[in-house]
Design a binder for this molecule. Structure first.
Ligand code: PA5
Length: 461
């Protein structure tokens, strides 16, 4: 069984706020153009993510490195941010048993814990540094550009600690994952002889989870990266067809883009009903937001706002807004066919019918009933929603899901008429940071920042 997208409630008449029932038929031509855009970029050698699952040599090298370290190390620390952290985080939380980092070595099968920094908060960084024994750790420094301030600061703190252990330790402990040629990290790797895995220049950060960015940390914690890539390849093959009705990523992209641009639904909620998939939503947020939120070449702006949610938890937090707030959202649920385990709810307190109805059911059945109930409630209130059905949370099916979202993002970029692969909007903030920190070459940015309105005491309470 494969991942499938059920879009019944994205359309009328199932949902009164849905798109016209004939939407897929009327979108066929636009979708053909989107497929042509993706095909052309692939042919030009500028869009690398679809072929990543074919790199068996990389997977063999990573598995060998990970196996050689197994038993020798207790922890893997990942220095990275954004696309260099969200994917690894998603792989760990989806594919390792729950609370992986709290399990003992035996329960982890001898594989290490994985700590993904993904920020420069000194409080959490400090707590991690206090805890790990660097002589029993691998530190993966992941940066495509090889110069991101947050990642390089994490690295510098780590590097000083490694240097104090003795000359042989940095080389033993560190692994770099970066551009094959460019960047400071690559230069340090060359000078210091650090084992380094390439991020192909044709793959942007948020599309990089199936490069060494995601596969290296995954291999180090024993995830079946071959199955992950096999699933991704299977979905890629499904997403290559220009026949919209047969293309799951195409249908997802077309319906989301039309709901945004023709139906006022510019907020796209992703709501998995499984704790293991919570970080899929966080990973998707970056992919969708950074790829699609863009200024149009001829003026104006586009871009849906992705929102992560978790079922059933967010039924008690966000669903009130999804039901009665503005008609500006679509909700995509992720439903899991078979959970890894289930728990029967005991039939206790039979004297209380308001409690007794739960007894004899399972927790998993309750979770799924809540998902179906929420979808039905939304649809009956004119709130469009769809369901991505994943048969099981395992490496193969997660690979399918990843590739589906990546293709959907590529198609959506073409449908919006923007470049989904750049992120010019994050540059100014970076330049101001460099200016504030006194980085040479950024004096003009410092001056421009200092020339901005400063916090006004009159506007502070
Ligand atoms: O998608 C992107 O390109 C970005 O979000 C990057 O992943 C993020 O900025 C980190 O960049 P780098 O991997 O170069 O350190």
């Amino acid at each position: 069984m494969a991942v499938r997208f059920d879009f019944t409630n994205m359309l009328a008449p199932a949902c009164s706020g849905g798109l016209p029932a004939e939407t897929l038929a009327t979108s066929a031509a636009a979708f053909t153009t989107a497929v042509a855009d993706v095909t052309a970029r692939r042919a030009a050698g500028t869009l690398g993510f679809p072929m990543l699952p074919e790199d068996a040599a990389l997977r063999a090298a990573l598995k060998a490195d990970a196996l050689a370290s197994r038993g020798e190390i207790d922890d893997v620390v990942l220095c990275g941010i954004g696309g260099s952290a969200l994917g690894p985080n998603m792989l760990r939380s989806a594919l390792c048993p729950p609370r992986w980092n709290e399990l003992d070595a035996e329960a982890r099968g001898g594989w290490p814990r994985l700590h993904v920094m993904d920020n420069v908060d000194p409080v959490t960084m400090g707590a991690l540094f206090d805890r790990v024994d660097l002589t029993r750790t691998r530190v993966l420094v992941i940066s495509k550009s090889g110069g991101t301030a947050e990642t390089m600061s994490q690295y510098l703190v780590m590097r000083e600690k490694l240097n104090t252990l003795g000359a042989e330790w940095p080389k033993k402990v560190l692994r770099f994952i970066t551009d094959p040629e460019k960047g400071v990290l690559r230069a340090i790797a060359r000078t210091d002889g650090i084992i380094t895995y390439d991020i192909p220049p044709t793959v942007g950060g948020r599309f990089s989870v199936l490069t060494a960015v995601g596969l290296a940390p995954a291999a180090f914690i024993g995830i079946d990266i071959d199955a992950l890539c096999a699933g991704a390849a299977a979905m890629r093959d499904r997403c290559e067809t220009p026949e919209l009705a047969k293309n799951p990523a195409g249908v997802f992209a077309v319906l989301q883009q039309l709901h945004d641009q023709q139906n006022g639904r510019s907020i796209h909620v992703l709501m998995p009903y499984a704790d293991a998939l919570r970080d899929v939503a966080n990973w998707f947020v970056q992919l969708w937001a950074e790829s699609l939120g863009k200024a149009l070449p001829g003026g104006g702006n586009v871009g849906p706002t992705p929102v992560p949610a978790l079922g059933a938890t967010d039924q008690h937090a966000q669903v009130q807004n999804f039901m009665e707030g503005p008609h500006d959202k679509t909700v995509t649920f992720i439903a899991v066919g078979t959970l890894d385990r289930d728990i029967t709810i005991p039939a206790l307190h039979g004297a209380f019918p308001d409690l007794a109805y739960l007894g004899g059911n399972t927790i998993g059945a309750l979770l799924d009933a809540e998902r179906r109930a929420t979808a039905g409630a939304l649809a009956s209130s004119g709130r469009p929603n769809g369901v991505l059905h994943i048969p099981k949370v395992d490496a193969h099916h997660l690979g399918e899901l990843i590739m589906l979202f990546e293709f959907a993002t590529a198609f959506a970029g073409a449908l919006y008429g923007i470049d989904a692969y750049n992120q010019p909007g994050v540059e100014l903030g970076k330049q101001f940071t460099y200016g504030i920190f006194g980085r040479p070459g950024f004096e003009a940015d410092r001056d421009r920042f200092n020339g901005l309105a400063q916090p006004d005491p009159a506007c502070s309470v």
